[in-house]
Design a protein around this ligand. Structure first.
Ligand SMILES: NC(=O)c1ccc[n+]([C@@H]2O[C@H](COP(=O)([O-])OP(=O)(O)OC[C@H]3O[C@@H](n4cnc5c(N)ncnc54)[C@H](OP(=O)(O)O)[C@@H]3O)[C@@H](O)[C@H]2O)c1
Length: 292
């Protein structure tokens, strides 16, 4: 039974949501931001995880372009930092859920990637995250690696859906790439799965957690506008080449939860259903910010 949970990277999108959700569930939550706990410091880890039943490592350089520009920093956080957390958890006997990514896959497949499919990241971010998965499981074989994809809050954050929601309230237009396919995942559904995994009854070391189905970024953007009653024609499709982002991204990275469901997780709901729920939530703080 988990009573005390420690979250690293708690200033970020996933960590912040998990912290709120943990508190809502009556857990004792220690939510530590980058400034409070830098996971690249191996001595800090033991101090912070000592009193916990469950640690969820949400700390990462999660911006793909930032990682590409600074591979040393990406590996220091996403690989060595994750390993530090795992060593500390193993030493003090805390459970660990380490969050990883669909970007460990290369994108050559045209059916959702399941746990047994070959990895093959195309950029620094994915390579560093994959190195982190390997290091975490080597340091702590009973840790859980949870790969998720295209996570959004839809609320007041900086995520793709939240940004589009702000835009929908204006008369602005946007561009979204129509040649990258993935599984949009509502952070709430990810959090629900993390709490189940954290209970420790699931044996599978690597799990996929994503909403069911796949779409392009363009289709996701149109769906957000559609749900909000805004004109989806305000979104213009562009290619990845036209977007001109520095880091390569897999052209296909949808995730299958087949193995996760066999291992005991609840089957995922369709991404569109989860999106509708996310967009029906009030934005924390109440006010819609002006144009992003
Ligand atoms: N968002 C997605 O679509 C997505 C998809 C798949 C997987 N994931 C994974 O989900 C996890 C959480 O990502 P997220 O979306 O919540 O990203 P995020 O919003 O960027 O949060 C990551 C947090 O980690 C912090 N951090 C960076 N370096 C750190 C360090 N050395 N020590 C401690 N904290 C550090 C960041 O703080 P600063 O900003 O202050 O540096 C940030 O608050 C990551 O493992 C990511 O790879 C995310």
């Amino acid at each position: 039974m988990v009573a005390r949970i420690v979250i690293s990277g708690a200033g970020g999108q996933v960590g912040r949501f998990l912290a709120g959700e943990g508190a809502r569930r009556g857990l004792e939550v220690s939510a530590l931001t980058h400034a409070e706990w830098d996971i690249t410091d191996p001595r800090a880890a033991e101090r912070f995880v000592a009193e916990s039943d469950l640690v969820v490592n949400c700390a990462a350089i999660a911006n793909v372009d930032v990682a590409e520009a600074d591979p040393d920093a990406a590996y220091a956080v996403n690989a060595t930092g994750a390993e530090n957390v795992a060593h500390a958890c193993a030493r003090v006997g805390a459970s660990l859920v380490h969050i990883s990514t669909d970007y460990v896959f290369g994108g050559d497949q045209r059916r959702p990637y399941d746990v047994g499919d070959a990895t093959g990241p195309v950029g620094v971010y994915g390579r560093a995250k994959l190195a982190g998965e390997v290091a975490v499981l080597a340091a702590m074989p009973d840790a859980h690696v949870v790969r998720t994809s295209w996570v959004y809050t839809g609320g007041d954050g900086n995520d793709f859906v939240a940004g589009l929601r702000r835009l929908a309230a204006t008369d602005g237009t946007a561009e979204a790439v129509d040649d990258q396919v993935g599984s949009p995942t509502y952070v709430k559904d990810l959090a629900d799965a993390v709490f189940v995994i954290g209970e420790g009854h699931i044996r599978e070391p690597i799990l996929h957690v994503a909403n069911e189905g796949a779409c392009t970024r363009f289709e996701l953007a149109q769906a957000v506008f559609d749900e909000l009653g805004a004109d989806p024609r305000r979104i213009r499709p562009i290619s990845t080449a036209q977007a001109g982002r520095p880091a390569p991204r897999p052209v296909y990275s949808a995730l299958s939860m087949a193995t996760s469901v066999r291992a005991g997780l609840t089957p995922p709901r369709p991404w569109r259903e989860a999106l509708a729920e996310a967009l029906a939530q009030p934005i924390p703080g109440g006010q819609l910010p002006s144009t992003p």
